[in-house]
Design a protein around this ligand. Structure first.
Ligand code: SAH
Ligand code: SF4
Ligand code: F3S
Length: 447
């Protein structure tokens, strides 16, 4: 075991991935180094509770850690994130001596140092804060080409099925100057693209912590930062997406023509019981206005099948809306009961085999839509932001395959001459559509 070494295991959404990345940099700034699980002195499990037996997943991960580390009390295990917020001190064990919830994670680096000094101590950081808590900056290492910046914490929507407002707390917007500072810092260290993160980004600023800047105004400010080539955000909510947010796609050239716009269901009755506060007509209107603002807009979405009371006709409405919206991709899930949510108390639950059958049918339709979208890209020109060498086999001759994303967020592989192309934007022509990615040839003077 290496002293002052850490290993982080992450479940869940982009916000959790980002929290883990921040924690890694914060620990590095305190002299820790990343190590494989077998060698780590500190193991962090950053958890998600949004669907399906998340507690079991955490327990089995803790079991694996015990096994790999021979249950050594010298190994300090911290459980952070949404399951930590939910289960709190119930998670304490010989090894688990820190539980830190969604807001508490900002105090995890100090807590970890203290726990290593005091082997008999246990700490829990479970309080929600009233305002967005700024975090320590972390090690000053080069930034990857694609960076992520939190603009808010929590969610106030209480969709009937969702545990996030309970695990992440109320919505708290971050102050605009702090967001811009973090963006600038990433750009100074080499980032070319930034994704703004939040559970309901269009509602940015509309809470006690807001500083009067609207989401559309924030987009303008971030886009104006020198060095920013591309801007994206996740997750918008159809009910809060106003005309100025739509217009941003026409007016801000850096804003990429891709939006992940969660639909959840196509039936108005189901949307009403989910508490989503929009109906299918409003969603389609939004899709049309987005495509009017950016004709090349690519849309993706989240979908839930088998919500309590969902009939076959309701489900058919979801398939219909998927076709009408022409999603390039989607994440789809069977409805799963979450403790404390309104839907968990609904009585008309759908049998698991019916849910599963609907999920498979929905995913078959998505495969068809995704393939059609990818096929239609063949022959087109695009710009790829290169992130790393591809894992796929090297291309012919002296060329090596590199991977990155086009402005629509599609994964593109491009053969390039040997060298480090990380962070370069390369013009390319799409030559072939694979199942989940595109192949392209580089255009441009040197190739
Ligand atoms: N804030 C985002 C994402 C929330 S969680 C939004 O509003 O869309 C990510 C996705 O998980 C949701 O969009 C939803 O599709 C899914 N999800 C959330 N709770 C769920 C549950 N109880 N059962 C199944 N899927 C769920
Ligand atoms: Fe959950 Fe709804 Fe908030 Fe998204 S908007 S995090 S689905 S409560
Ligand atoms: Fe999961 Fe929490 Fe994100 S429940 S989806 S990690 S906000």
């Amino acid at each position: 075991m290496i002293d002052n070494s850490f290993h982080i295991i992450t479940f869940g959404c982009q916000m959790n991935v980002h929290d883990s990345q921040w924690l890694a940099r914060a620990l590095e700034a305190r002299g820790f180094c990343e190590a494989p699980l077998e060698e780590a002195r500190v193991v962090v499990v950053n958890t998600c509770s949004v669907r399906e037996k998340p507690e079991q997943k955490v327990m089995s991960t803790l079991g694996r850690i015990r096994q790999v580390t021979h249950d050594s009390p010298r190994v300090l295990v911290a459980v952070t994130g949404c399951v930590a917020q939910q289960l709190g001190e119930k998670l304490f064990s010989r090894q688990v001596r820190l539980v830190a919830g969604s807001d508490g994670i900002s105090g995890a680096p100090q807590a970890i140092e203290r726990l290593l000094d005091e082997p008999a101590l246990r700490l829990s950081l479970l309080d929600f804060t009233s305002h967005y808590v700024e975090r320590e900056p972390g090690a000053d290492v080069p930034a990857p080409p694609v960076g992520f910046v939190n603009i808010m914490q929590g969610c106030d929507n209480f969709c009937a099925y969702c545990i996030v407002p309970y695990t992440r707390g109320r919505q708290k917007s971050r102050l605009t100057p702090a967001i811009l500072d973090e963006c600038r810092h990433l750009l100074d260290r080499g980032a070319r693209e930034i994704t703004l993160l939040g559970q309901n980004v269009n509602a940015f600023g509309r809470d006690r912590s807001g500083d009067g800047t609207s989401f559309a105004a924030l987009l303008e400010k971030v886009a104006a930062l020198p060095g920013l080539e591309r801007l994206r955000y996740v997750t918008p909510h159809p009910k809060d997406m106003g005309p100025e947010d739509v217009a941003a796609f026409a007016n801000i050239p850096q804003l990429c023509p891709r939006l992940h716009l969660p639909l959840q269901a196509g039936s108005d009755a189901v949307l009403r019981r989910m508490g989503r506060k929009y109906d299918s007509a409003r969603y389609l209107e939004l899709v049309a206005s987005l495509r009017a603002a950016r004709p090349d807009m690519a849309l993706s979405t989240d979908l839930i099948v088998g919500f309590p009371g969902e009939t076959e006709d309701d489900f058919a409405a979801t398939l219909e809306l998927m076709r009408a919206s022409d999603f390039m991709s989607s994440f789809s899930f069977c409805y799963s009961d979450r403790p404390g949510t309104r839907a968990s108390r609904f009585l008309d639950k759908i049998a698991p085999d019916v849910q599963q059958d609907r999920l498979l049918r929905l995913q078959a339709l998505q495969e068809e839509l995704s393939q059609r979208w990818l096929d239609a890209r063949v022959g087109r020109e695009c710009v790829v932001l290169l992130e790393s060498a591809s894992r796929r086999d090297a291309a012919e001759g002296a060329l090596q395959s590199w991977q990155g994303r086009d402005s629509h967020g599609a994964l593109v592989h491009v053969p390039l001459p040997a060298g480090d192309h990380t962070g370069r934007l390369v013009a390319a022509r799409i030559t072939e559509a694979k199942k989940h990615s595109l192949l392209a040839e580089a255009l441009g003077p040197s190739w």
